[in-house]
Design a protein around this ligand. Sequence first.
Ligand SMILES: Cc1ncc(COP(=O)(O)O)c(C=O)c1O
Length: 384
Amino acid sequence: MPYYRDTWVEIQLDHLDHNIRSMSERLSADTAIFAVVKANAYGHGYAQIAREALNSGANALCVAFLDEGIHLRKKGLKAPILVLGASRPEDAKLAAEYDISLTVFQEDWLEEAMKFIGQGARLKIHVKCDTGMGRIGIRDLGELKGIEKKLKNNDCFLFEGLFTHFATADELDQSLFNVQLNKFNDYVHSLETKPVYIHCANSAAAMLHNQKNFNAIRFGIAMYGLSPSPEIKPYLPFELKEVFSLHTKIVNVKKVHPGDTVSYGATYTAEQEEWIATIPIGYADGWIRKLQGQEVLVNGKRAQIVGRVCMDQCMIRIPEYSPIGTKVTLIGSQENERITIDDIAVKLETINYEIPCLISARVPRVYVKDNSIVEVYNPILETF
Ligand SMILES: Cc1ncc(COP(=O)(O)O)c(C=O)c1O
């Protein structure tokens, strides 16, 4: 698939493979890896990441919404898919048809869904326990009993999983983590029938606590080579390799004179003769206005974004003349310099998770393996 602008995300599939295999080596043989590919695989591309993750040893996929699961099925993915978020009971039939497992945490939901699931169809269910995250999930053992009974007594359901999600697995203070784990153990021990999967670990829990009592992990941020938090980064048991990098090329270059201004609002004024280059990336690509002042890499040297970031373009002050077509790296490495996703997260006062999600679908994703481009995904030119 082509692309006709010089701004692209590069996805290093070798790094994805490294991160999954390193995790897999630390797990017991009967522990399944659910690769978390919701939100366009954290901005990396649904189907490409799902396929590669499965090739690297993942056993199943997690998404947030049913639409995302259907997207993956339409792209030909056959592995088990679990929707982590809430779904509507009236969509139970569709989920069963696509063989997509849904998360459930209300007995009434099952009652309602039964009206929609067709004769002979079977919907796979994972029951969510809220052990302290305070988001979705059952909150006492009685609720679990009711749901378990309903699942057992109705052939249109298959009780496939029981799970919970930690609020503080990425913090050094483990007090709430331990409370949640104990509560989850209570739910697990109260079960009359064991489902196929019992899971609680996200990346942080899987890496730091190796949840050997349960038989699946939900591996998200670390699969993409990012630490679940800066706090636990020094304690991670293996090296993570960042999968995502962002690049563009200079499309215009000019010498400005003292007093010349740059971009909307004329917020930047040159103090001396300076080289100003324009790069074709802006806030509509997710390179948001707050990134004014952020550094980028040109010929292995740092250059600063000057003036306001526009919708589709922004300007950088470069240390020396560089011709049109010179590569500019916004996230990634050039020679001995590196700008990481964590650096951008610090600049934007947010978490690393948000950064690749921010980079919009307008920026094509270029997939690289063994130093060769294996696929380009440019949703703008997709035929619908
Ligand atoms: C329910 C659930 N499980 C697993 C994950 C993956 O977490 P992480 O990306 O920290 O591995 C998420 C991510 O938000 C989630 O919401």
